[in-house]
Design a protein around this ligand. Structure first.
Ligand code: SF4
Length: 108
């Protein structure tokens, strides 16, 4: 995650489980007093990070002051709601060039 995410409200179309909403509140609270180790690092929002970037990001997360809150939110959230790298792991499902939309457009 990046620090900017704390300013993005969860809209009504995103029906997160209660545990995820509570974890989001705790994460937002933690962001008011701590700066995440990934602050402004674009690698954390890449769909398909390289193996070297993943190794680097795992190290960054290991030293993050809000690792516990970040992990609690990521673990409580459904996969469809996640993207990017959170708490030492790639989350969500990356866009794939061979997915249904791309096949419908004629791409392989
Ligand atoms: S645990 Fe990792 S992804 Fe989560 S805020 Fe910290 S550095 Fe960012």
């Amino acid at each position: 995650m990046t620090r900017a995410r704390q300013d993005v409200p969860l809209g009504p179309r995103f029906e997160l489980p209660a545990a995820a909403r509570a974890a989001w509140d705790a994460l937002s609270d933690a962001l008011t007093t701590s700066t995440p180790a990934c602050d402004s690092d674009a690698r954390f929002v890449a769909d398909l990070p390289s193996a070297a970037d993943v190794a680097h990001m795992r190290g960054v997360c290991a030293s993050c002051p809000i690792l516990a809150e970040c992990a609690a939110f990521a673990d409580a959230s459904p996969r469809w709601s996640m993207s990017g790298f959170w708490a030492g792991m790639k989350r969500g499902t990356p866009a794939r060039a061979s997915g249904p939309r791309q096949r419908a457009r004629g791409a392989a």
